[in-house]
Ligand binder design. Structure first.
Ligand code: SF4
Length: 344
């Protein structure tokens, strides 16, 4: 793990104009020095929108009775990923609300099939689960666990009804990392009342955790949530946090999240210019996707065409190395290298 001496300052996080451009350029240079022009390309499938948690910033919170809940069919998803995934995809992220039933009935059989039939690396983003389920997921073949802490101060975390307590969430991150998972986390920018001091504290917290990656997501007020009337995040602050994270941790994998395009018309591509080195194509079947309401139904869906177009427009290329392979000491999967040479 490589940790730089860079520490983000509060004024830096609210920069704009030419000084902001210089900050982003430094982050882009740090990314290219470490990763070259390759961008990791993964797919996401959203397998269940049931959730036992009640986060104030999320449309899938358990108190949202307006949502039609679903669990996907693992055989349908496996068929899609085995036979119809875009050639540039090296990894898949299996994501759901915090739903242990879906973990057993959908996620575990899906991972087993994917590991048997494909060279795909497998990430999961499934919330705070029991040690037994973490172990089963790892035994099935998942290697990356995404567990976001979202906000780095305990009082705001509790007020926003995020899962459990911040201390518990951090304990799970440490425990996952200690048992061999590559852990990626994440934070939200622009929650009500959040200023540069709070953001700097969240970044500082991220820097202390045993992570291999971290996302920065702009707050988008969610339909049918207690924060529905709030203002969306300032895109510049979000992008500045991404750049700061990259300068703090040049070795981390930092995604460009689809919500960047809701915060700013050109947000996704700006993310690729501010330190991001991972993109995600949404392969959730269309009839399910509309009910996976992280913030609102009118999400910005990153299709294969949009993702590849953003990468090409920035003069970048899909990585010939998968994300899981990178985490496993940079070993490249030959099938992936071949797929990428076709795609590019
Ligand atoms: S953010 Fe995750 S844990 Fe919280 S309500 Fe939404 S799906 Fe559930």
């Amino acid at each position: 793990m490589f940790r730089s001496r860079y520490v983000p300052s509060e004024p830096e996080l609210s920069l704009n104009g030419s000084v902001q451009a210089a900050l982003h350029e430094r982050a882009a240079v740090a990314t290219r020095e470490r990763f070259g022009r390759g961008i990791f390309v993964r797919a996401v499938v959203e397998v269940s929108n049931y959730c036992r948690e009640n986060c104030a910033y999320c449309g899938m919170r358990r108190d949202n009775r307006t949502l039609a809940r679903y669990r996907a069919n693992h055989e349908q998803l496996a068929g899609l990923l085995i036979h119809h995934r875009p050639e540039s995809v090296t990894d898949v992220n299996i994501q759901a609300g915090e739903d242990p039933v879906a973990v057993r009935d959908v996620v575990l059989p899906l991972i087993r099939t994917l590991r048997r039939e494909t060279p795909l690396g497998v990430s999961v983003c499934l919330g705070t689960l029991s040690q037994e389920l973490y172990t089963e997921l790892q035994a099935a073949g998942a290697t990356i666990y995404i567990m976001k802490f979202e906000i780095g101060d305990a009082a705001s975390y509790e007020k926003l009804e995020a899962p459990g307590t911040l201390a518990e969430r951090l304990r799970h991150i440490h425990s996952l990392a200690g048992s061999g998972w590559k852990v990626s986390s994440g934070l939200i920018v622009g929650l009500p009342g959040q200023g540069p001091a709070n953001l700097a504290a969240s970044l500082k917290l991220a820097g202390t955790l045993p992570l291999h990656g971290c996302s920065v997501s702009p707050f988008i007020p969610g339909e049918d949530t207690p924060l529905a009337g709030g203002a969306a995040a300032n895109a510049n602050w979000t992008l500045n946090c991404m750049a700061a994270l990259r300068l703090m941790r040049p070795d981390w994998v930092i995604p460009a999240v689809s919500a960047l395009n809701l915060a700013d018309r050109d947000g996704y591509r700006r993310g690729l210019r501010a330190g991001a080195n991972l993109v995600t194509m949404n392969l959730t079947p269309g009839d399910l996707r509309r009910d996976y309401v992280i913030y609102k139904r009118d999400r910005f869906i990153m299709t294969e065409e949009r993702v590849l177009s953003a990468i090409a427009s920035e003069g970048l290329t899909p990585s010939s190395r998968g994300l899981s392979a990178y985490y496993r000491n940079g070993v490249s999967h030959p099938a992936m290298a071949q797929a990428v040479s076709v795609a590019t």
